[in-house]
Write a protein that binds this ligand. Structure first.
Ligand code: NAI
Ligand code: MG
Length: 362
């Protein structure tokens, strides 16, 4: 099977961090015989400058064909006053919508060398490696009715939490598939004690498990208790699967157990394609960081770890993904630090390219 990859560097620090990923992709081809058929294109403000839209139709079509899309970041002050319909973010939203990326994966990983900088105690977070799977295309952010209405002489704001069985079924499957490539454990979070959608969620997740994933260990937890447990003892979890709203909150909480925005990767997955691989978009959690763009200061690790996720979840190269993650781990242990990571005695300041150099050497 060929490995096709579409790279969309985007705006601001996007191209700077993506340049380091490109060197790593080349390294895998040269040193590990792992070849990628890479194409590169424009997204966000960069696409607007050339095409007048933040994502050209041809780019969209290519994104639908490839095994994985890797995106840097979009946006910046230059584009802040554009019409909403052509804002850089719309390019990203179009990708997510048209590829129907319903499962958003946010890992929370804590490298030992950075554990002292967490707001939690070292032994609570050191070595942490959990994955939150958030349903991304349904739930209360989309359900109807919604709006602000007049009722009995005052206004009422309404949103509707709504999940169909098939929406729950498919995101549960994504979580179980991921768990099999990790620690083989899923915890599903909802509020079945007070929400109808929570009752259905729990029932469908259990049914999918019993029918097709009985080998994966499954537990259920109320989402509020889940929030407490994430801060008390996060290492009890492997994969957490939850709805759009709870996942939004819980993934931000989990991310902050582990440190800088410059370290956080993410993935969004859709339905399996003809070759069995899921539609997939990988991107760092951070934005285009206009305040440091063009200065060689950006931390490329979030983007590099996003590529590691692509290796594991799109290309079935779990061992190579681990190899890359271990190189990142070693470099951090050696004290190499971009400016966003706390410096202390014994650490060495590094530019974006120097961080890339160090990871390649490791
Ligand atoms: P941001 O994530 O770009 O930056 C927040 C802060 O974190 C800044 O101080 C920045 O310098 C720092 N930072 C972010 N990534 C870093 C990295 N890799 N290394 C070192 N430091 C890093 O968020 P902000 O400032 O709210 O938004 C800036 C622009 O990015 C806006 O146009 C926004 O719309 C866009 N944005 C795009 C996203 C995307 O493409 N997915 C996500 C979030 C924001
Ligand atoms: Mg959020």
């Amino acid at each position: 099977m060929t490995n096709t990859l579409l790279i969309l560097p985007g705006d601001g620090i996007g191209p700077e961090v993506m340049a380091e990923v490109s060197r790593i992709i080349d390294w895998f081809g040269d040193k590990r015989g792992l070849k990628f058929d890479v194409s590169e294109d424009l997204v966000g403000g960069a696409a607007y400058d050339v095409h007048g839209v933040p994502l050209a139709d041809a780019t969209m079509a290519r994104a639908q064909e490839v095994d994985a899309v890797l995106l840097g970041a979009v946006g910046g002050p230059k584009y802040d006053n554009l019409d909403f319909s052509v804002k850089p973010e719309r390019g990203l939203l179009r990708l997510r919508k048209e590829m129907d990326l319903f499962a958003n994966l946010r890992p929370a990983q804590c490298f030992d060398a950075l554990a002292d900088f967490s707001s939690l105690k070292r032994d609570v977070v050191a070595g942490l490696d959990i994955m939150i799977v958030r349903e991304l295309t349904s739930g209360i952010y989309f359900g109807e009715p919604r709006g602000i209405f007049e009722e009995n002489g005052e206004r009422v704001g309404i949103n509707t939490q709504r999940y169909t069985e098939s929406e729950i079924d498919r995101v549960a499957r994504s979580a179980f598939e991921l768990a099999r490539k990790r620690g083989n454990k899923v915890c599903s979070m909802e509020k079945a004690n007070v929400m109808e959608s929570g009752i259905l969620w729990r029932e469908v997740v259990q049914r999918v498990h019993d029918a097709d994933y009985p080998d994966v260990e499954l537990s259920h937890m109320y989402a509020d208790a889940g929030g407490m447990q994430l801060c008390r003892w996060p290492k009890q979890f492997d994969v957490i699967v939850t709805d759009n709203l709870f996942g939004d909150l819980l993934s931000d909480v989990a991310a902050m157990l582990t440190g800088s925005l410059g370290m956080l990767p993410s993935a969004s997955l859709g339905a399996p394609m003809a070759n069995g691989r899921p539609k997939a978009l990988y991107e760092p959690v951070h934005g285009s960081a206009p305040d440091i763009a063009g200065q060689g200061k950006a931390n490329p690790i979030a983007c590099i770890l996003s590529f590691a996720m692509a290796l594991r979840y799109s290309f079935d190269q779990g061992e190579e993904a681990t190899r890359l993650e271990q190189a990142v781990e070693k470099v951090l242990a050696d004290g190499v630090r971009t400016a966003d990571l706390m410096q202390s005695e014994g650490t060495t300041p590094a530019s974006t390219a120097q961080m890339g150099d160090a990871i390649l050497a490791a």
